[in-house]
Ligand binder design. Structure first.
Ligand SMILES: C[S@@+](CC[C@H](N)C(=O)[O-])C[C@H]1O[C@@H](n2cnc3c(N)ncnc32)[C@H](O)[C@@H]1O
Length: 256
């Protein structure tokens, strides 16, 4: 789980363009109030905007390098940094002694938990940290396992973005390398081709293994953890979840 400072910096650059979900997290924090528990907060892609909006955020991650990068990025505005508490901890085993009106787990982070015991441990820990009436929101991918299994090795164009600071064009590509139907896991590679303004090309690759949650499986898992699903959506604009959805955006509460 523990990476290194270079990986954390790279993670920040590779995901800086991912902003489509931020209006949802901001609206939820405005509706529920803080403090907000951000599970798997990484470099603060979500925590920093929430703190900019004035919310106290507890940013929990198992990789101290990610949290160091978060702290460095937040330090640009001392009032923002002052609202973020970084917590080096395991999302499967934490006890913060605080209950939150809102807990979130953004950008497919629950998919890093590959087996049922780890998933349940995390969800039970979240449930134990929700205040009365509090909500846990997260997003995971909506998997199309048939399409994944049939397309192993095929390169997907995930789009390009230009880094405002460096002028670097980043071309994101990915491909699935394996799919295990028994475990419900997929292996994929995320490649970023950086093209500098002078045309120099650098290629970065990162391999990942993730769990693919089927919608009914999630309902059972959450119920076992004492969480009741209040709403499910297919995107960050709260479109109803259907077969064409790319995401599962889930809102749950502690089951009374
Ligand atoms: C997909 S990234 C998180 C992205 C972040 N939520 C966002 O929206 O930008 C997954 C994060 O989970 C962290 N992580 C993975 N396994 C963990 C665990 N068992 N406990 C705590 N953090 C973990 C990694 O260090 C990484 O920062």
């Amino acid at each position: 789980m523990i990476g290194d400072p270079v990986y954390a910096r790279r993670f920040a650059a590779d995901h800086a363009h991912v902003v489509g979900d931020l209006p949802l997290w901001r609206a939820l924090a405005a509706a529920h109030g803080g403090p907000v528990l951000d599970l798997g907060a990484a470099v603060g892609r979500v925590a920093i905007p929430l703190a900019e909006d004035g919310h106290e955020v507890w940013a929990l991650d198992g990789d101290p390098n990610m949290l160091a990068e978060l702290a460095q990025r937040a330090a640009i505005a001392p009032e923002v940094a002052g609202r973020i508490r970084t917590i080096p901890a395991d999302i499967r085993d934490f006890d913060l002694g605080v209950r939150f009106p809102l807990a979130i787990c953004a950008m497919n982070t629950l998919q890093v938990l590959l087996d049922v015991d780890d998933q349940l441990a995390c969800l039970r820990a979240v449930a134990a940290h929700l205040a009365p009436g509090g909500a846990f929101w997260f997003d995971v991918a909506m998997p199309d396992v048939g399409e994944i299994a049939a397309s192993l090795g095929l390169i997907r164009d995930e789009g390009r973005n230009v880094d405002a600071e460096t002028g670097m064009t980043r071309w994101h590509r990915s491909w699935f390398r394996g799919y295990d139907a028994i475990d419900g896991t997929a292996e994929y590679t995320h490649e970023v081709q950086d093209v500098a303004p002078d045309g120099t090309l650098t290629i970065h690759r990162q391999d990942h293994t993730v769990h693919l949650y089927q919608p009914p499986e999630l309902l059972h898992l959450l119920a076992r953890a004492g969480l009741r699903v209040v709403d499910r959506f297919g995107d960050f604009q709260r479109t109803p979840l259907d077969l064409g959805a790319s995401h599962q955006v889930v809102c749950c509460e502690v089951d009374a």
